[in-house]
Each structure stands twice: as C-alpha cells, then as structure tokens.
Ligand binder design. Structure first.
Ligand code: BGC
Length: 733
C-alpha cells in the first residue's frame, strides 16, 4: 500500500475532515495571530492547512505542531502572495500593461522563491478574473478586461509560481487560480454581490483564463464567493465537478474562499452548516477555508446520508497528494527554510542601502529589486504628453512635488503586499531625489488622500508658483483598491480635486501621476494637465521606476489592459462590444448611444504613448483564403516617426463578419512588441492559428464556421487607428 492509502486506512473521520479544514491566523493589533483553538486543532490533526502564517520561525513552529499529531501528517502552509512576497511587484492590473508573458513569469518566480523561503507552500494567486467594471476594487488584482490576455497571464503566472512541470522544486510554491468564475461581473461592481450573465459569456469570457490555468497545470482552484444565476460558486456542482473536473480534467485541489462554505447558509441554499458542508463537498470543494463548516457539518451530513464517505475520501486523497507533490512528507520544504536562513537575514539589512541600490543586500535580493524596478517602469502607462513636456528637460531646475501620494511608501505597495514592508518601498519623492540630485525638489503634501482635514493647498500653490514644473501625485490610497473596496464614484477622493484644480490654474507645466488600482474618472483633470501617467501601485521600486520614466532614462511602453472610461455612466465598458443593428451614429438619434455622454471611452484598451511616435503601414496577409488547419499570417510595417528610440505594441483583433451568433466587433488574438530607432521601420508579423477562430454556436458547441473574417491591426482597440483586411476561411471539406 502506498503512503496515501495507508494513511487513509488509518485515519479517523475527524482526522479525515481535519485534512479538509483550514484554520487561519487573523489580524489584530500585533499582526496575524493564530488562536489557541486553531493551534490545538492542528496539534490533534483536526486542521490540515493554515492561512496567513509565514516566516521561517512561525511556519516551523506550526509545522512541528502538525508533525506531533497522531499520524504526523504535514501541514499545508498557505498565504496570499499576489504580487510579491518581500519584494513587491506592481499590482497585477499594472503589470499586465507590460504585455510581456516572460516578465509575468519572472516576477511570479521571484515571488515564489521568497514565499518558499518564508515557509509558504501555496499561494492564492494568480487572480485571473476578467474585470470590466472599475467600480469593483478587485480589478486591481486582475489582469484586466480581455479573456485572452487573462488566459496568458494565467499561464505565465502558474509557470512562474510552480515551475514548468509543476515539480515544485525548493524554490516554487503551488499556485491557485482564483476566483472561479465571473466574480468580476458582480452586479453594479459591488464586491460579493450576485452575478447573472449568459452561459456564453461565462464560457467565452470568464472561464477561458481558468481553462488556461488548468492547461498550465495549476495545483489549486478557488471558487468565487459569488452566486451565478442563484447558484453559489462554492456549491456549483455543474461547473466545478462536471466542467472543471470532468471536462477539463482538473485533478488538483479545490479550496473554498474564506468562510464561503458557511456562507452558503446566508446565500439561501443551505439551512445550516450540515447542508452547506454537504453541498460544497458534493460540488467538489476539498478544503473549507476557515469557518469550520466541514468540521461542524460533515459528520452529520454523513449521518443524514447527504454525502457518502467515499466523497470525503476522494477529497482527502487529493489534499494528501498535493502535500506529497510539494514534498511535505519528506520535509523537503522545512529543509529549504534552513538553507535560506541567510537570505532571510540579508533581508533585514538597512533599507536605505536598498533604496539607492548600493550594497548590503544579498545578490538575489538585489536582482529581485532590479526586476521590481524593471516590472514597475514597464507597467507605467503614459496617457498624455502635450507639447512633449516629458521627459523632463534639463532646464527644469526646480520641481514642486505636490500631493498626498508623493511621499507615501505604503501606498506604493498596493493591496496585497505579502510580507512587504512600507519602509522598504521607494516613494516618488525618494525616487526623484535619487535620480535628479542637482534639481531642487520641494514637496508639499497639500491634502490627505481621503478626508477634509489637512489643508496645505495654499502652501502648495506658493511652492508651485516658484517651480519650473509641477509633479502632481494624486489618486487612491492602497486600501481603496482590492477586496471589499468597491467605489461608486471614481473621482479623486477627499480634497484632492481642489488641490489639483489649484495646481492646474497656475498655468505651469503640470505632470499628473495617478496612483490607483483602477482607471480613475478624472477626465477634466486629464484634459487640463500637460502630461498624465497611470502609475497604479507599482510596488517596492515605484519611485525609482517613476523617476526613470520622468527623466527619460526609460521610455514609457505600458499599454492599457483595460478600457479607461470617460465617465462612470459608461461602466461596465470594454472594447469587445457585441454588434448591434444600430451602431452609434452622431447624426441618427435612434442608434446605440447616450443623449448626454459620448459612447467612446477616454482611452481604449491597448492605449499608451511613448516619448516617440509610431505609425503603421502596408498591412498584408500571407494568404487571404485559409483552411481550418492554416495559420492567419499578417504583416505590417511599423515606423518610428519621432526622434527617440522606443517600443511599440501592435495588436491584432479579428471579427467574424457573419456567424451563426453575432460575434464581438473586435477580439484580441495576438500582439507583438517592436523596438525601433528613430526613423527606423520594421516589418512585424503576427500569426493566429485559424482554429482560434472557433466560436460557440447557438447551442454552445464549439465550431469553426467558414466564411469571411476581418482582421484589424494597430496600436490599440480604437477603430479609427486600426488597419483592416479581410480573409476567408474555407470549409473543412
Ligand atoms: C479573498 C481571497 C483570498 C482569501 C484568503 C478572501 O477574502 O477573496 O482572494 O485568497 O481571502 O486570504
């Protein structure tokens, strides 16, 4: 008998349910604390996994508790490492703007190594919820609005965390694809609210990234908190068991979201924890994350005949298998902790040294910081640069650095900062001062991010009056994004609008930087500012990365992974609109538009400027009649029309002109990046297997329908800026 079979044979019911039960350290004033009761449960084998414990000493201690239990089954140590552990990378929405799978993988790999060094076995990432509603705070954690892009991020991140073959060697952790599915479509952008959408959209848009995660070998999937058309995801047997496990062949572990099994009662599908536990287990949820529904409910559920012991055994087997794959039975991970104790000590080195990039930190740590800086600068999206006010000219000798986000280290880190420490982050002030030692940089906070109390607007005005340029740092604080941070109004909170207005009235060059976890609705300010950058929450190296871009040391190359609305009234909005019989026509009232607001967003998906200008020409197809096994091969010439070197991103969208179901007017199929010297032209070739034009027909069966297709190529999803060509797909006979 193998190890898992012998264990299963030896386990009591309580011990089996213990493997399906997760306890958590919970935040209090002193940090995360694991309650006595939770420790006791681990020590007697009644809790097989733990959340929110990390760090060498603490994880060793809880692991030892588990090892002392009757069967000594090792503990699974889990933590949310979303965009970095100690080195904090840009929030996922920002990092997606780099449109670079190798970068996504590289940052996940460093996060995995640091998490593993901190004794963590499993992270709750990647978060791959397609997000089309910026009111929803969790858009910050997501890769944005496009299913294909989210799928690519999913694939790259799973490889980064787990390693290519999912071998979980010492530097990797198990990844979790979350939250399946359609969490981003919660009604009115309100977190945890219900979802109601078509089966087609569920499959084509929201499930697609999860399918990619499964293809990449993701170890764990987390069902979302929400219900879909009345059925909570935690109890969604058809989705979880039939589709994810059955059709997709996912054989990993399903872990509920926090207390989500118990919440089935409030969601109105279970009368008590007994029914809740039975529903979730039946749907295929293996581990109950906190809330104790399995511990309290499963024994009675078995007695009442709501579930069979066989289901319990299957779940336990999957959990034990994961522990085995992670090497936990062989103490492979605690051993690694010992090996990395030196690295952990190096982390405690003086923080200032890290800030100016000098010695004191270990080589891997320096490499991680360098990667964080690279990721951060590639995540910045230049939204506007009137009169080429950026990069800052040498004549700028005095800068007024104004706003509540200029010297806000914690706010640079973003909503899931792992074990990141605010003092280790480089603020915008730190970064600019380090990059421009000869320039007089005067900082005035002006106002707080939220609240009305602080009033230094007048002081800010006086400071700005004497400066050559104003760098205005406004936006959200880190806790205004992420979970439970939905906002109904997406303007600048607090008194920031008044501060910004005052700065813009001065008629000085104003460079506005928007720190946020989402597109902000500040069209009036964007209109008036000379330059605007989306600087999101860029992580540990935020300030250095921003300085790299402002000084021109790095040419901005980020592109929006999400449509930037003009006004909250357009939300939800995304580029892949379905066709209508009455497309918007300014001269015809009876067309699909608003009478009081434009239908076009402020900035389309894919938008972003560089310090140089590009144009594209001569779109051509290798062949315009293709069979289902062919590839669509498209070439376009991209020219750098400006005076600086730069990197352009070229997108390829398709549209199925006539199909059995109306298809979106644009669907992203490919993109490519090209680096060009001034005046240089390069031919960029993009290819798409024709099989990727497969659609779900009216009965949701995948079919490749022959006929005419349009291909659009260009710098973003806005129709006017795209070149178009038509091709034909022949029938398979
Ligand atoms: C979030 C998850 C997270 C979990 C554990 C929940 O509230 O929805 O994304 O992984 O907490 O921290």
């Amino acid at each position: 008998m193998g190890r898992i079979d012998s264990l299963l044979a030896a386990m009591t019911l309580e011990e089996k349910i213990g493997q399906l039960t997760m306890v958590a350290a919970l935040p209090d004033a002193a940090g995360f604390v694991l309650a006595e009761e939770a420790r006791a449960a681990i020590a007697i084998g009644h809790a097989g996994s733990v959340l929110n414990v990390w760090g060498e000493a603490r994880t060793r201690e809880v692991r030892t508790l588990a090892r002392q239990s009757r069967l000594g089954i090792p503990l699974l140590v889990t933590y949310d490492v979303l965009h970095g552990q100690r080195t904090v990378f840009p929030i996922p929405l920002a990092e997606t703007a780099a449109f670079d799978p190798s970068l996504w993988e590289a940052t996940a790999q460093v996060a995995a190594r640091e998490a593993a060094e901190d004794g963590v076995d499993l992270t709750y990432a990647p978060m791959i919820d397609v997000s089309r509603d910026p009111r929803w705070g969790r858009i910050a954690e997501s890769p944005g609005e496009d299913p294909r892009l989210c799928a690519q991020v999913a694939f790259a991140k799973v490889r980064g965390y787990q390693g290519a073959g999912g071998a979980f060697d010492g530097d990797r952790v198990a990844a979790t694809a979350k939250h399946l599915a359609a969490y981003g479509a919660s009604i009115a952008g309100r977190d945890y609210a219900a979802v109601d959408l078509s089966e087609r959209t569920l499959h084509e848009v929201y499930l697609a990234p999860f399918k990619a995660a499964v293809a990449a070998g993701v170890a764990v999937i987390m069902p979302a908190f929400v219900s879909l058309a009345g059925v909570p995801m935690t109890a969604h047997t058809r989705l979880l068991r039939d589709i994810v496990r059955g059709q997709w062949g996912f054989d990993g572990v399903l872990i509920s979201d926090f207390q989500a099994v118990a919440e089935l009662v409030a969601q109105g599908v279970a009368a008590d924890l007994v029914e809740a536990a039975a529903l979730a287990l039946t749907a295929g949820v293996d581990i109950d994350m906190v809330g104790g529904a399995y511990a309290q409910g499963l024994p009675q559920a078995l007695e009442r005949g709501l579930v069979e012991i066989d289901l319990v055994d299957q779940a336990v087997r999957r959990v034990l298998l994961l522990k085995e794959r992670l090497g936990l039975f062989d103490d492979a991970r605690p051993k690694r902790e010992v090996a990395s104790a030196g690295a952990a000590r190096a982390h405690a080195a003086p923080t200032q040294a890290m800030k100016d990039g000098s010695s004191a930190s270990s080589a891997p740590e320096r490499a991680s910081r360098n990667l964080a800086r690279e990721a951060a600068r590639r995540s910045i999206v230049l939204l506007k640069n009137a009169k080429d006010v950026l990069p800052l000219r040498p004549s700028v000798q005095r800068i007024a650095l104004i706003g509540p986000l200029a010297d806000a280290r914690r706010d640079m880190l973003g909503p899931w900062a792992g074990a990141g420490v605010a003092d280790d982050a480089v603020s915008i002030l730190d970064g600019l001062r380090a990059a421009m030692p000869g320039v007089d940089i005067v900082h005035v906070k002006g106002v707080d991010v939220i609240g009305e109390e602080l009033d230094e607007i007048d002081r800010a005005r006086r400071t700005a009056r004497d400066a050559d340029a104003v760098v205005l740092c406004v936006g959200e604080s880190t806790d205004m994004s992420g979970e439970a941070a939905s906002r109904a109004r997406l303007g600048l909170p607090g008194r920031q609008q008044a501060l910004a207005d005052t700065m813009l009235d001065l008629r000085k060059p104003v460079i506005m930087m928007l720190s946020s976890g989402r597109p902000l609705m500040v069209a009036d300010l964007i209109e008036r500012a000379d330059a605007v950058l989306a600087t999101w929450f860029l992580g540990s190296e935020a300030g250095n990365a921003i300085a790299d871009v402002l000084t021109g040391r790095f040419d901005p190359s980020g592109r929006l992974p999400v449509t930037w609305p003009l006004d909250i009234g357009q939300v939800p909005i995304h580029y892949a609109q379905a066709p209508t019989g009455r497309p918007p026509d300014p001269d015809n009232r009876y067309t699909s538009k608003y009478i009081d607001l434009a239908v076009e967003p402020l900035f389309p998906f894919g938008y972003g400027l560089s310090y140089t200008r590009f144009s594209h020409h001569d779109l051509r197809l290798r062949a315009s009649a293709l069979s289902p096994t062919d590839e669509l091969v498209v070439t376009v010439n991209v020219r750098n029309d400006g005076a600086r070197e730069g990197e352009q991103t070229i997108f390829l969208f398709t549209h199925d002109v006539v199909a059995s179901v109306g298809r979106p007017l644009r669907e992203l199929k490919a993109y490519a990046k090209v680096r060009l010297a001034p005046g240089e032209t390069k031919a960029v070739t993009l290819s798409v297997p024709v099989s990727q034009l497969t659609v779900l027909d009216a009965s949701l069966k995948p079919v490749l329908e022959p006929g005419e297709f349009d291909v659009y190529v260009g710098p973003d999803a806005r129709s006017q800026s795209l070149s178009k060509a038509r091709f034909r797909v022949r029938g398979s006979r």
